[in-house]
Write a new protein. Sequence first.
Length: 317
Amino acid sequence: MARKKVVMITGGAGFLGSHLCDWFMKKGLKVICVDNLITGSLENIRQHAKDKNFEFIKHDISKELRVEGPVDYVLHFASPASPVDYLNFPIPTLKVGSLGSHNMLGLAKLKKARYLVASTSEVYGDPEVHPQKETYWGHVNPIGPRGVYDEAKRFAEAITMAYHRYHKVDTKIVRIFNTYGPRMRIHDGRVVPNFIFQSLRNQPLTVYGRGEQTRSFCYYSDLIDGITRLLYSDIPGPVNIGNPVEFKIIDFAKLVIKLSGTRSKIVYRPLPVDDPKQRKPDITLARKVLKWSPDVKLRDGLEQTILWFKSHLPAER
């Protein structure tokens, strides 16, 4: 009888990592979930706690991790991902992108495992090219406040390609654009949970600048589909995975207000430093090589996300 394939997911108790745990458990793999719980939550993986094919390891992967037995896939998703988090944890963010990537690539090399790293649209910085193709090198301020995240991810890509070229490790790089859905942290600080939380509390929705900056929002299930297609492909990447439908933040705020049935108004605040003015993926490559494109409309995904937030909001004092 063939043994079960084993997948290790770092950051597996986080928003996207936990959904990946769900996906691989449904596919019948053994899942090793690694998380230091800085931003992850055991609540996200509680459904697997008693399953013999699921193992949770509390560990900071910036430090060496030894695992007994075979590992077939390593998915490196550990990192603070919202501005609130990486500004609160700048050094851990840099460490998990550098030392953590080095450790996980070393593990993948040792186990002869396929390796996939979660990169980000932030590698493009405040882009001068629109929409952003994988061939664009980006426009990033390495010493600005967002540099700790941007440069951690750019380094993670660089070391991944070094291991691919020099050590012949089978690697994949996915560049993730704005993703939303159930299990986002309520006080994550990103625009989707911010707006939903504020609307459900009938608080003013905080829009930075005049809300003319754009974002492209991808529902988590579409993203997981794209990530897993890339994992099982022969493409090393990088590959953009995101929704190319672009929305102004002001229009997005109005949609959240409408769908949540709130009495909230909109207030305007100054733009944060180095905040990208435009963000839209060119997914031509994903369409061509992965046969992937997103299916979930923003309105439908938001309705599901708002329902989840309603059921998880703490009681008002």
